[in-house]
Design a binder for this molecule. Sequence first.
Ligand code: DP6
Length: 330
Amino acid sequence: MKVTAKAHTNIALIKYWGKRDEGLILPTNNSLSVTLDGFFTTTSVEFKPDLTKDSFLLNDEEVEGEQSIRVTNFLNLVRELAQEEVYAEVKSINAVPTAAGFASSASGFAALAAASSKAIGLNLTDTELSRLTRQGSGSACRSIFGGFAEWLQGVEADGSDSYAVPIAPKEHWDIRVAAVVLSSKMKKVSSRSGMKRTVETSPFFKGWVESIPADLEGIKQGILDKDFEKVGEIAEANCLKMHATTLGANPPFTYWLDTTMAVMQTVQQLRSAGIPAYFTIDAGPNVKVLYLPEHEAKIQETLQHIPGVTEVKLSRVGQGITYLEDEELV
Ligand code: DP6
């Protein structure tokens, strides 16, 4: 049976930054994200007895090397769960511009987990699916759910209590996110290696971890109360703390470029001018700006005029996993 699933990417408001188990992908802190409707991956999976290995097409092109190894490793987990030994044909279409600096791995692994587990005959609950997805890429486990989701770090060594849970559905609150794409796209340190170096060497890592519970408590209340200033302030400060840990690493590194800082300053100027807007940044130079629908025109206009900004992509809050009946990749 061929199954096609669609998953949206997510942006963390409270970042996942640090693992306690690299194999099982278990984090050192809870994180919280908003799922975005503008960026998604659609993946179809079919397990076929006549195949001698897995095949993986991304945007109609055969993928090999590290990316395909990660897909096969993930499919091995699915085969193990289902106790099957059959290879799969995987086809993905990424509507996440890789240049937008979104972890396309989040929507990618969420769609792969949903399609492959269903195609092999597993009937997983959302919790089981999130736990499985986590082992492909940590941030992806939050994309199982729409709206706002929290990934519980868990305490068990086997990862059984580490998965995402929904905090509020997409209908709860219409906030918007602008992805501000910069002209320089190269990511020198992957999130995986960046967080590893930070955990192992940064003296600021301890302070980062200790600061999480208060941020989480505040932001969850802010989301439930639809208190945009509160949510924005906490998200922006949390992002700055995460990035501060990288400066303390050995060797030190930063994901920021000059234009990254120009966008951050523009967002702060927008606030001084009375427009509530807040930034957050993942493991790359691009910036995501949170704003409210009534300020969309002004936000877009202002951001796209910053020198060094090539594109501003707007998004609303998105939904969780969906399965496409007609098996069409869109
Ligand atoms: C900065 O989920 O890409 O975007 O679990 O190693 O695949 P792996 O890492 P990944 O890390 C994302 C880090 C982040 C913050 C976040 O999304 O919470």
